[in-house]
Design a protein around this ligand. Structure first.
Ligand code: NAD
Length: 262
């Protein structure tokens, strides 16, 4: 396989800029394009500190498949679906970390990607430890059906619950053999969190946090807590690079980094 030409959409954001640094530092990848609506026309090096000589584009439609193999999207929940549709139209593989793609949007993207020239890998969490946390939680749920999820993120996060919490709830719901009754008894609305696939999900938003989650199981006289902490955005980069290298081998749309982990 030759060197992959990579673009970053949302390049000026927290995750986008970190991805630019990671791609730039990888021996087998070339950082050749970047998209940021507010920085169109500027040099990427001035915006992120790496990628000098690359001119930032305003819109995904300005990208060109002849110059690009894979694009990474770290934008916003309201922009991501349109961005990925455009990437697929252009025949550019998409690695998507942005949260907020619901079941309908994923179905639509799966239809678009099916049989097309480009694939999509959507990963609710690129941290390898978080992928393992989800895997271990699914295993524990087979034996301990009483479980709730507590996730904590920085206070600038645009959406709640996190994509990781939703994905964990889905994996746990699929794995558990019994769905226990949940007693709400809320004196204040929301005191018992939100419901996703029969699991209560609780979201904390605090400065000083990056991305943290506990999956808490209860049994007779015991609790089991499976916990993951991303304390730095660099934690996501090995997974992002793995996804960039592997997305071309997939078939259409795939959700979850675990599909390229093993
Ligand atoms: P951020 O607000 O720092 O950055 C988002 C960037 O997207 C901004 O610079 C904004 O200008 C840009 N943008 C908005 N619309 C755009 C468009 N149409 N085209 C191009 N760029 C556009 O946010 P962040 O902290 O970098 O997080 C980005 C997303 O990644 C969020 O949804 C977050 O939840 C998610 N996230 C995922 C993971 C993971 O492992 N999958 C990890 C951390 C964050």
């Amino acid at each position: 396989m030759g060197r992959l030409r990579v673009g970053v959409v949302g390049a000026a954001g927290r995750m986008g800029a970190e991805s630019c640094r990671a791609v730039d530092a990888a021996d087998d990848l070339d950082l050749v394009a970047a998209v940021s609506p507010r920085h169109g026309g500027q040099d990427l090096g001035d915006v992120t500190g790496v990628g000098g000589g690359v001119t930032v584009l305003r819109d995904v439609s300005d990208l060109s498949a002849s110059e690009l193999d894979v694009a990474v999207d770290f934008t916003t929940p309201d922009a991501v679906a349109t961005n990925v549709e455009r990437l697929l139209d252009l025949g550019i593989h998409a690695v998507v970390g942005t949260s907020g793609l619901g079941a309908d949007a994923l179905r639509r993207l799966a239809d678009l990607a099916s049989g097309g020239a480009a694939n999509v890998l959507v990963a609710p969490n690129f941290a390898l430890g978080a992928v393992l946390m989800m895997r271990f939680a699914a295993e524990a749920a087979r034996h301990l059906p009483h479980v709730e999820i507590v996730e904590r993120h920085h206070d600038r996060k645009a959406d709640a619950p996190s994509g990781t919490a939703l994905r964990t709830a889905e994996l746990v719901a699929d794995a558990r053999t019994r769905r226990p009754d949940v007693v709400l008894g809320e004196r204040l609305d929301g005191a018992r969190g939100a419901d996703h696939h029969g699991l209560r999900v609780h979201s904390l938003r605090l400065p000083g946090s990056v991305a943290h989650q506990e999956v808490v199981f209860g049994g007779a006289g015991e609790t089991l807590t499976i916990r993951h902490d991303s304390i730095d955005r660099r934690s996501f980069m090995p997974g992002v690079l793995m996804a960039i290298r592997r997305v071309g081998e997939l078939d259409g749309l795939v959700v979850g980094l675990e599909h390229v982990l093993d």
